[in-house]
Design a protein around this ligand. Structure first.
Ligand SMILES: [Mn+2]
Length: 332
């Protein structure tokens, strides 16, 4: 049995975490050997799969940016508040942080890693991406067609675009391929990775966002009373492109909240997402996680929740209009 690096799949922070662990393992788990790392499998997993019973973990698994599995693993590090563990064993780390890669970097620094400028910038940018701490200028650079020299932040988005295609098998393959190549100081300076042409993938992603924004423009509204952008996807005439989660606040920068509602394919349930305007978190006076939970209890089977600034829930489709009204009233 070899070691395995199991990280949040198809997620930029999961990618950055696996990259950092593979490259700087000596500062994180010094009992390992170079050969353990060279032969380690890379696996991308979704959080729900890490807590279920289907995936079998072993005591040679290194788990990053995911909830702690029920069984013993060799190394675990996570930064999500919902994945808190009170008693941490050897090689287990949990701490609230903007990003998991940034948390790993902090641990490595405590163990003697010297931070270079490139690593500092890597930490700063992975934190921005995972905690959605963008400025409007950074959104414009990274989510709209950008001409000119890309910043390090945009370069990380370009890498992320490679595993954000609509083909999930291709995404997994690219994700793993990039992490099995020779790794330089950070992904930004890893030559083999750039030979895979991230810019091409990113250009396609920008076109997908553009198409989606054109469709959504037809029905995205601003509710002045609730100071909320309303995106009721039941009103969509087409299903085109890829959703740009920051479009609402770019179109209505005066907003305090964003609200989206989408009927699931089964028709029976409807997914609701609520967020605060990341440019004005101070305007967010409502605990969104609690509002989502209350909505789920009132109009669904209770599955919902989140954080003070962002959350989601699932409700019965027949209650969708009532739930929409309830949320807008609560935000007001
Ligand atoms: Mn993360």
């Amino acid at each position: 049995m070899t070691y395995r690096i199991i990280t949040h799949g198809n997620c930029p922070d999961g990618f950055a975490s696996a990259f950092f662990f593979k490259r700087y393992w000596k500062f994180l788990a010094p009992t390992l050997k170079q050969n353990d790392i060279d032969t380690a499998q890379i696996i991308g997993l979704q959080p729900r799969d890490a807590q279920g019973d289907e995936f079998e973990f072993t005591d040679k698994d290194i788990i990053l940016d995911l909830p702690k599995p029920k069984t013993d693993v060799f190394f675990w590090c996570d930064h999500h508040s919902s994945n808190r563990v009170d008693e941490l064993g050897k090689n287990h780390h949990w701490h609230i942080a903007p990003g998991n890669a940034g948390l790993l970097i902090d641990i490595a620094v405590k163990n003697g890693l010297k931070l270079t400028d490139e690593l500092k910038l890597f930490k700063k940018n992975t934190d921005i991406m995972d905690a959605a701490e963008y400025s409007p200028e950074q959104i414009t650079e990274c989510f709209y067609n950008h001409k000119g020299k890309p910043s390090a932040l945009l370069k990380l988005h370009m890498i992320g675009s490679m595993f954000h295609t609509r083909d999930t098998i291709l995404n997994d393959e690219i994700f793993r391929t990039m992490l099995m190549q020779e790794l330089a100081e950070t992904p930004i300076s890893s030559e083999p990775l750039w030979q895979l042409n991230p810019a091409m993938f990113h250009n396609a992603r920008m076109k997908s966002y553009e198409e989606w924004r054109e469709v959504v423009d037809e029905y995205m509204e601003y509710d002045e009373n609730a100071k909320c952008v309303v995106q009721d996807d039941r009103l969509a005439e087409f299903n085109r492109g890829v959703a740009d989660r920051f479009y609402g606040i770019m179109k209505f920068p005066q907003s305090s909240y964003t609200f989206s509602l989408r009927e699931r394919k089964d028709g029976k349930t409807t997914r609701i997402g609520i967020g605060s305007n990341i440019f004005h978190k101070e305007k967010c006076k409502v605990d969104i996680g609690k509002l989502c939970k209350a909505t789920a209890d009132k109009f669904g089977d209770g599955s919902g929740g989140g954080h003070p600034y962002v959350g989601g829930c699932t409700i019965d489709s027949k209650n969708a209009n009532k739930a929409k009204e309830f949320i807008l009233k609560s935000l007001k």
